[in-house]
Design a protein. Structure first.
Ligand code: SIN
Length: 477
């Protein structure tokens, strides 16, 4: 990897990928003016991808697919630089950053391939001499609001299907981590995506999100972050009846049955719980282990957790980067103290540090109960809290007793149980015998207060399309 630890940006092969300006209406502009520009007029100049440069291409879907393919190739060519920028702005390890850039690229590749598959139907009509056809058309201008925990992948998971569908986008990247988005945008423009189709408004001003939700020139809003903010934006978007996709908070249960392969269960728990230092919406938040195997499972988990190393993301020994800010460290500590004060047993970790960065020691606590804060709140940090349960029914009931429904996980080697339990878990996604469920081909999204809409997969394109029916009558007249 060989990155200059004092000045990582000096290690970029292409230093022009580190950008501090915003990109609006095809121009790089000083970031501080971005919100004013967003609030005034540039939305009127946002052309659909069908416009300008490729409007004379007969087969627009294929042309869009080709442009996305070129964008994908440029992202792949610049993986190292993009990973350095991501590691620097987010703090995740370089290995995770590189993994995320490849994950981000996979959405571009996937939707480059999906673009030409925007099939419609022909529908037999109940009327004589009539035929009905459906077409999938771009919904129009899309407002895209993304979180800091995946600064690259959450951009491409939304922007690639929007561009594939023929929409243009106005992105509000997170103020904590805008640089991956800006670098990806530069590469998109280099790939030939019409500059007017991709706008990036870097701002801390929450009014920008309000503008995207309410502006009548925006036809679709896609948002990933907390349930609280998602509800507010959905309310604002309803004033113009905008189509919305919301990928919101989670409170994932991870259930280990006594018939599970414990090595697989522990490995899956490590991935689900400690990926991105516990800061993913799909992180296991509540770990339920059947009583007969709970001691064995906990001991093996603690062994693995004790091998984790905190530090700089650029240090090859580091497995856990820092948390995003001081408030995040305080929240983990609050959950740890609450659990210990309510009868939880500390098995490892349990305090902040080392050093002055926003680190919290990877922590395992057993003896959890439903009175603890973690039962109802997402920790969003490296705390593994373990409950014991006795029966399958109890595990399902405990897992479902939350208003969230993004992801759940289960570990079992009984196929009958796998089918029964996975059907009854109330979440948009279930991981069985794995802690990693995210991939470009998998529909990603939740139920209940975790939001609605699907990202990635063959369904992701539809979120950015409208289905139009055309009825042709009097065909033999
Ligand atoms: C998220 O945390 O919102 C995304 C996680 C993922 O894509 O795996």
């Amino acid at each position: 990897m060989a990155v200059d630890l004092i000045n990582p940006l000096a290690s970029l092969s292409d230093p022009t990928l580190f950008i501090e300006d915003a990109f609006v209406g095809g121009h790089w502009i000083k970031a501080k003016t971005t919100f004013e520009v967003l609030g005034e007029s540039p939305l009127t100049s946002v052309e659909p991808v069908n416009g300008s440069k490729i409007s004379n291409v007969a087969n627009l879907e294929r042309a869009r697919g080709n442009l996305l393919r070129k964008w994908y190739e440029l992202v792949e060519k610049n993986v190292r630089d993009l990973a350095i920028i991501l590691c620097l702005e987010n703090g995740k390890t370089y290995a995770e950053a590189e993994g995320e850039v490849k994950y981000a690229a996979s959405f571009i590749k996937w939707f480059a391939e999906e673009a030409p598959r925007a099939y419609g139907d022909t529908i037999p009509s109940s009327q004589a001499n009539t035929t009905i056809m459906t077409f999938r058309q771009p919904i129009g201008v899309c407002g895209i609001i993304t979180p800091w925990n995946f600064p690259a992948a959450m951009i491409t998971r939304k922007v690639a299907p929007a561009l594939a569908a023929g929409c243009s986008v106005v992105i509000k990247p997170p103020s904590e981590t805008p640089h991956s988005c800006l670098a990806l945008t530069k590469l998109a423009v280099e790939a030939g995506i019409p500059p007017a189709c991709i706008n990036v408004c870097t701002t801390k001003d929450r009014a920008a999100a309000t503008e995207l939700a309410m502006n009548s020139l925006v036809n679709k809003l896609s948002f990933t972050e907390s349930t609280g903010v998602g509800k507010k934006l959905a309310g604002l978007a309803s004033t113009t009846l905008k189509k919305t996709s919301l990928e919101l908070g989670g409170n994932a249960a991870l259930i280990v049955f006594d018939d599970a392969d414990l090595d697989i269960a522990v490995a899956g728990t490590m991935v689900s719980k400690f990926r991105c230092t516990g800061q993913t919406c799909v992180c296991a938040n509540r770990i339920f282990v059947q009583r007969g195997v709970s001691e064995k499972f906990t001991a093996r988990l603690v062994e693995k957790v004790n091998l984790l190393n905190m530090g700089s993301g650029f240090d090859g020994q580091t497995t856990q980067g820092p948390l995003v800010n001081k408030a995040a460290v305080e929240k983990v500590d609050q959950h740890v103290k609450d659990a210990l004060s309510k009868g939880g047993k500390l098995r490892t970790g349990g305090s902040s540090g080392p050093g002055s960065g926003y680190f919290y020691k990877p922590t395992v606590i057993s003896g959890a109960s439903t009175s603890m804060l973690v039962a109802n709140e997402e920790t969003f940090g490296p705390l593994a809290l373990i409950w014991e349960f006795d029966t399958e029914e109890e595990a399902i009931q405990l897992a479902n007793s939350t208003e969230f429904g993004l992801a759940n996980y289960m570990f079992s080697s009984d196929i009958g149980r796998i089918m029964r339990v996975s059907q009854q878990l109330q979440s948009g996604m279930v991981g069985v015998n794995t802690g990693l469920i995210s991939a470009a081909e998998t529909p990603f999204g939740g139920v209940k207060e975790s939001g609605y809409g699907k990202e990635g997969s063959k369904y992701g394109l539809e979120e950015y399309q409208v289905l139009k029916s055309v009825t042709i009558g009097n065909l033999q007249a």
